[in-house]
Write a protein that binds this ligand. Structure first.
Ligand SMILES: Cc1ncc(COP(=O)(O)O)c(C=O)c1O
Length: 368
């Protein structure tokens, strides 16, 4: 595969994270849950890394580490729904892992849930959100609204600050899936994170190791999980620092220019091209090529293309649940795909080559 354009699925680990991972693995051999000297050293190092991690994000609270964001979300939904009567109101544009987490607790008698509508861009429709949350809280139920920050398929950045204000006014709490946004926000967007009650994240999405976690507050106590992986935590902190060093307004500007160039070239080959990701972050381009409709599915083109991209979310198969929730028809979804590039390293030459290669591969396929 000559061109890797699936960065929203998995960017490679940065060198800083690999180094930090290796050094932690060499230096801390004790089990951080134990009580001997080496264990205490390891648990003190985790405490130091946790506060560094939170400090880089400008957040207070605690961090619970897992292997993936999926595990972190499942464990969070499990721990908060053990006792109270609880209702989860979940954005329809959420990643599948949120629905899986809901599924795993849905047979509990105290648990109820509802799916919240999203618009064509995957943004939460906020019209009656306050009333929906109030309905639950006045019935004496705890209500957690689960939303996604940067959508993994469309790249849409939702208005989490406004959503949190509405939910909190109505007595509810907010869970944010920040898997695609952590480390990649400018300072204004980062400020909104402090309004969240629970944040789940995936370190590998910000150039870190395969780890995930939840940032949470004092409403959870006695949350016992397995032994935390110090090398993964150390790699995650180094990766977050790497992002802090690179994600800035000028990088956003540079990436927006690259995105426009990509779209112009592909549009030159496919004048009827439709852009699904209108409001997205610039490194995510989700497009539909109408010429593909009723002919072949994008999936078929994907497997014989020199550009690595994806249809739907890379970790699931089948029709994109996000585009479905946004209201797109089946044929539109089947002729759509996501191309996501590295905002840090991508340059003009790369984008031009990718756009040409991608367009020619699709044309070749369509022309048999
Ligand atoms: C928005 C979002 N949430 C959750 C996940 C799941 O992350 P993990 O693979 O770490 O479970 C992903 C991964 O694609 C994602 O993009």
């Amino acid at each position: 595969m000559s061109f890797y354009c699936d960065y929203m699925a998995s960017p490679p680990m940065c060198e800083e994270a690999i180094k930090a991972y290796g050094e932690a693995a060499r230096s801390f051999i004790g089990n951080p849950n134990g009580i001997n000297d080496l264990s205490v050293q390891a648990s003190m190092e985790i405490a130091r890394l946790d506060s560094r991690f939170l400090c880089l994000l400008g957040l207070k609270g605690k961090v619970k580490w897992f292997g993936t964001a999926t595990e972190a979300t499942k464990s969070l939904f499990d721990i908060v729904s053990r006792k109270d009567k609880i209702t989860f109101l979940v954005s329809g544009a959420n990643h599948k892992c949120v629905f899986e987490a809901l599924n795993s607790i849905s047979s509990r008698k105290n648990v109820q849930f509802g799916i919240l509508k999203v618009d064509l861009n995957g943004k939460l429709v906020q019209d009656n959100l306050k009333a929906l949350v109030e309905l639950e809280t006045t019935r004496g139920r705890r209500c957690i609204v689960s939303i996604i920050h940067i959508n993994n398929e469309l790249g849409t950045l939702d208005q989490i600050h406004e959503i949190a204000e509405i939910v909190h006014l109505a007595g509810g709490e907010v869970h944010l899936d920040a898997s695609q946004s952590l480390g990649k926000l400018d300072y204004r967007q980062r400020a909104s994170l402090s309004k969240m009650d629970f944040i789940t994240f995936s370190s590998r999405k910000f150039y870190g190791p395969h780890a995930g976690g939840t940032i949470y507050n004092d409403t959870i106590s006695d949350w016992h999980t397995g032994t935390p992986s110090l090398p993964n935590i150390s790699g995650s902190v180094a990766a977050l620092q790497y992002c802090s060093n690179h994600f800035n307004p000028s990088m956003y500007e540079k990436t927006s220019i690259l995105r426009r160039r990509f779209l112009n070239i592909v549009k030159g080959h496919f004048p009827k091209l439709y852009v699904n990701s209108i409001e997205g972050v610039p490194w995510c381009v989700n497009i539909q090529i109408p010429d593909i409709r009723h002919h072949v599915k994008m999936d078929e083109i994907l497997v014989c293309n020199d550009v690595a991209f994806s249809t739907g979310s890379a970790c699931t198969t089948g029709l994109s649940s996000v585009l479905k929730a946004c209201g797109y028809a089946r044929s539109h979804i089947e002729s759509s795909c996501r191309i996501s590039f590295d905002p840090i390293s991508a340059d003009d030459r790369f984008i031009i080559d990718v756009a040409e290669k991608f367009s020619h591969s699709v044309l070749e396929y369509l022309n048999g």
